[in-house]
Write a protein that binds this ligand. Structure first.
Ligand SMILES: [Mg+2]
Length: 181
């Protein structure tokens, strides 16, 4: 397998815990959720009973996105990607309003200490040979890989066929550059 030259990392569900915050916002207790409940929340939480789903999220402003917690493996994942020597960039599709994009930009700046972030879609226009995408949406695979890239699909309750986080970290560490920790 070719060493990656570029690694694109998804934000929601890969680095950021969007989902617990969404469940809270819609008045439910995430601590009572089972894996089956989480599988229904899905990649974007769009299956939460919601009425005006995006209107309610948007009303929270950009700061809601800035305040979203990191997933427990986020720092290790970002570091393992950097340690391959590849160019690393966050690649994220925004919710359909500008507060989201602004909040995501600030989150990445504050939490990952980088401005390497691309916000938009379609993600697959970034795919080419040597370019990996780490994402919790397996559906990107065919479109990403048709352009010669490689998808590392992260296992989450809504993506049970994906690779566990430890397997993704192990895959990245195979390519760690000599002399880096
Ligand atoms: Mg995602």
């Amino acid at each position: 397998m070719m060493k990656p030259s570029v690694i694109c990392l998804d934000l929601d569900g890969v680095l950021v815990d969007l989902h617990r915050a969404l469940v809270c916002l819609f008045g439910e207790d995430p601590d009572r959720y089972t894996d089956e409940d989480w599988s229904k929340v899905g990649e974007w939480g769009l299956s939460i009973p919601k009425g005006d789903f995006w209107g309610r999220v948007r009303s929270q402003g950009a700061q809601w996105w800035v305040n979203l917690p990191k997933l427990p493996w986020a720092d290790a994942l970002w570091q393992a990607a950097l340690d391959t020597g590849a160019e690393c960039v966050v690649l994220t599709t925004p919710a359909p309003f500008p507060e989201c994009a602004a909040g995501k930009y600030q989150w990445v700046s504050e939490q990952l200490h980088t401005n390497h972030i691309l916000i938009g879609k379609p993600k697959e226009i970034c795919a080419q040979p040597g370019t990996w995408l780490i994402d919790d949406r397996a559906g990107y695979g065919p479109r990403w890989e048709a352009r010669g890239g490689r998808l590392l699909s992260l296992q989450r309750p809504w993506n049970p066929s994906g690779m566990p986080i430890d397997a993704i970290l192990g895959e990245l560490r195979k390519y760690a550059s000599a002399g880096q920790s």
